[in-house]
Structure formats: C-alpha cells, structure tokens
Design a protein around this ligand. Sequence first.
Ligand SMILES: [Zn+2]
Length: 214
Amino acid sequence: MKESIFVICAHSDDQILGPGGTLAKYAKEGKEIFTIIFSYGETSHVWLKKKVSAEIRVKEAQNADKVIGGSGVVFFGLKEGKFFEEVKNKDIKDKVKKLLKEKKSSRIFTHVPDDVHEDHRAVYKIVNEILDEINYKGDLLGFDVWNAVNIRKRHLPKVYIDISSTFRIKLKALHCFKSQFLAMLPPYLGVYINAFMNGLKNDCKYAEKFYKIK
Ligand SMILES: [Zn+2]
C-alpha cells in the first residue's frame, strides 16, 4: 500500500494556500494525498446563493486537487463558527478516524493552534483530540494560511519543505479558486512572499514552513 498523507482544514482553499506545494511534491513522489474539508466556506460569499456557492467551491477544490495530483477531497459541509457542535452531532470524529485508519496515514497537515481564524483553531483542536483518541503514531504538521508576515513567536519546532519543483503547480492550483477571490492578486502575493522568504531561510528558491505539533 502507498504511503498516504492527509490535510485536514476548515475551508476549501486552505489546503492549497497552506501546504499546496508540499502536497504536490509528495504526490510526485508517489504518495497518496487525501484532503478533508470541514465546511464549504459559503458564508464568506454573501452575494452568492448558498447552494450555488457550495457547488462551486466543491468543484474548485476538486479541480485544485487534480492539479496537485491528489487522490480526492472529502467535504463534511459543517456550518462555519459551529464546528464543535456539528462535529458531535454528525459523528465527524468517527469518520475521520475511519479514513485515517483505512488509508494508513503517516503524516497529517492541519491549521496551527494560534491561528487568527476561529474555524482554523477549531479544526486544529478537533484533529488533536482525534489523534490522541486513536493514539496516532504518524506526525502532525501545522500550517498558516494567510499571514504574509508572521509576527507571532511559536515554541513549536519549524519544518521547511523545499517546493522549488512544485511552486508553479501550487500557483496553478490556486488559480482554480478564482471565483472565490474578488481579485487574484492578494492570495498570489501572500503565497509568493511566503514561499520566497521561506526559501531564503531554507537555502532554496521556494519553501513552505510548517510547525511540528506531533
Ligand atoms: Zn480557512
């Protein structure tokens, strides 16, 4: 069985904005990439009909998954701001546990504990609880989504992954979400600056930075 890598995140573009280049790199190396997304992220687009918006977001995430060479996206469709209640009511933990076991996950990416977005922090907490409950032996790496300049100091050890060979794929995957952004420049710019600055610290052209949580 192939080695499998999971990314568990709150919204349909987090997995690309955060670890997109790393996921594409792992896919190239022959690993299987599975994405779990807690919500559709529809409330951030008030001018779209809920249904239309959710459909578009699913389609965009699936397209982006194809671009990075992923093996599929699971949407739980939870309400934003209500993750803790919804996780209980919909047996989400059991679903995640089942997937991790079935696919023999060896590494998981999720949000960082002190993320500014409450849904990101909620996912972090829920993922941690799940991994404790199953006594998970693989590792857990945290990623930032938006902050171009990270001013917070974290005590967690940093892990840099060279994405020079897949940075273009990350940008291409990001482009799949063009309907979500009023303008494409801000996300591109943030992703570019981060990858460049992390590359400088890692002696390569482009890198993604993670925090080792487990
Ligand atoms: Zn998000």
